[in-house]
Design a protein around this ligand. Structure first.
Ligand code: FAD
Length: 160
């Protein structure tokens, strides 16, 4: 089985889009990720999966904390910026939740401390225990078949 086929199959799973944020020695680092899910209700645990080549890997290993910012439909530019798809540097003002940098306007901000990590293939899974959550109204940014989508356009399509 070739990698392209595997990627295509995984791209059939529609997801939201998050930006993972953390801070090391006063410097904030963000990275776009859609490999995110909830793991446990008691205690509240989530998991993220970070590629071995991502700068974010060493940052989280060092800070032992991360925040998951679930992007709104208006925040596609943040997704592109933190995935390195926008090349020029941008100055971002981060808010703070439980001592972690978070993105204003995200529909959910979830601050976590790392309680476990597992290396699997070329990714590391970080299990995060939730420290605090902030929610905002709004529709999510979505990702399907390698493209950004909006929930409202999908809904209006089905209503035609
Ligand atoms: P870099 O490539 O160095 O940084 C990423 C970008 O963010 C750079 O442009 C940088 O300038 C900018 N940036 C970082 N911090 C700041 C800051 N404080 N202020 C302003 N700009 C900043 N990869 C995974 O490992 N796991 C996933 O689940 C995953 N899901 C993805 C989902 C989508 C929809 C997309 C588009 C990409 C996904 N990726 C995922 C790929 C990942 O986002 C990119 O490979 C990313 O470039 C890796 O980031 P990095 O940590 O290596 O840092």
């Amino acid at each position: 089985m070739d990698d392209r086929h595997f990627r295509q199959a995984m791209g059939k799973f529609a997801t939201g889009v998050t930006v993972i944020t953390t801070e090391v020695e006063g410097e904030v680092h963000g990275m776009t990720a859609n490999a995110f899910m909830s793991v446990s209700l008691d205690p509240n645990l989530v998991v993220i999966s970070i590629g071995e080549r991502a700068q974010m890997l060493e940052k989280i290993k060092s800070s032992k904390k991360f925040a998951v910012n679930i992007l709104s439909g208006e925040q596609k530019e943040y997704s592109m910026l933190f995935a390195g798809q926008i090349k020029e540097k941008r100055e971002i003002d981060f808010d703070n939740l439980a001592g972690l940098p978070v993105l204003a306007g995200a529909i959910a901000q979830v601050a976590c401390e790392v309680v476990n990590e597992h290396i699997e293939g070329d990714h590391t899974l970080f299990i995060g225990k939730v420290l605090d959550i902030k929610l905002e109204e709004g529709e999510p940014l979505m990702f399907f078949n390698g493209q950004y989508r909006s929930l409202s356009s999908e809904v209006s399509l089905t209503n035609k």
